[in-house]
Ligand binder design. Sequence first.
Ligand code: ADP
Ligand code: MG
Ligand code: ZN
Length: 414
Amino acid sequence: MSLRDKLLKRVFGHESFKNYQEQAVEAILQKRDLITILPTGGGKSLCYQLPSLMMDGVTIVISPLIALMQDQVYALKKNGIKAEMINSSQDFNEIQGITARLLANDIKLLYIAPERLSANGFVELLKRVEINFFVVDEAHCVSEWGHEFRADYRNLSMLKEIFSNVSIAAFTATATHKVQEDIVKTLKLSNALSLRAKTLRENLTISSQQRLGNGRAQLLDFISKHKSKCGVIYAFSRKDVEAVAGFLKTKGYKVGAYHAGFSSEVRERVYKEFIYEEVDIIVATIAFGMGIDKSNIRFVVHMSMPKTVENYYQEIGRAGRDGLSAETLLLYSKGDDLKMRSFIDVLENKEYKELLYNKLKKMYSYANSSECRHKLIAKYFDDEIDSCEDVCDNCRRGSVEKVDITTEAQKLLS
Ligand code: ADP
Ligand code: MG
Ligand code: ZN
């Protein structure tokens, strides 16, 4: 067995590569620039973690959120891999210690936030170490066309300007072709290998319904099918979160509430309770987002409509990361659409407003559509797939009608 396959088994505990992982690993080992678009839960981390163990220097991973870094570094250390991070949550001594180990080539993966690169002396420090390659995780943050643009990510164009011989591997779950082009251009990738997975998540059954009243009857109906399974319910406002959480508690569900109005201690505690399954359900605003690494989420419900399909796809994508089946429900109304519009109305930049109106319009027409939902999502991301046949409400409805017609026909014939 090759070293690569041994590491896959012994260090990461996986029997085989998932889609595109092998190609990504090989490209990185060949020091080729790379852009990889794999769905949430697709196993992007392994694509850069594994080759890092086969190289002599340090891999620099740029990641947008401290919580994301912490999870990854923690998981790597647990597997005996020398991973560290440098961010604003650490004190001077801690950073000094890591710097010393970095210079002694005693770190395999170093996670940093993009703004670290503009910190005093950091680039100089990097010039003194052997860098395997750069990883730009959540690379859609580079693009203003994406849904999570971060100004600090724009500055990553400096990587190729300063470290022209070091390859870059960019990863994201959601990028239209336009965003993908933007990433390649901004990061100045050259002759990059592009690995783009199909958008279809076959294990997700997705559905969308007009919300009746506050939607609680529909919610109860849906979650009663998932008794004592783990799920996430997204609500629009902090007030809604608390109301829905309170309501579910009175119905006997084990529920935690999560939104940005709670202190970070409370949020941390609620997150842990969910991870360790002391509660089954989290009711949250979208503050409960990127970086949730719980593989057995069996359902995701939206109590109201997200503002873009990108957001929606990311959020439902948190279900079923273990590959087992999971179910999602979107409850929406025309009122949601109008409310979201009113938020855009007050913005200044005309071009940006147009972009947001357009995204909102697409979200609403998705919610309201009677076509295959997997196909609609794929189309949104410039991907073309066949109808799912049986893992979305619209296809299921279609096949029920077909069955009914057959029964009718049989009756006529008999
Ligand atoms: P992403 O960053 O693409 O959302 P992660 O890298 O966090 O996904 O991986 C998602 C899950 O898939 C993790 O629990 C990880 O252990 C698992 N995983 C990754 N690669 C494989 C593999 N080759 N076989 C089985 N499970 C895998
Ligand atoms: Mg990831
Ligand atoms: Zn379908």
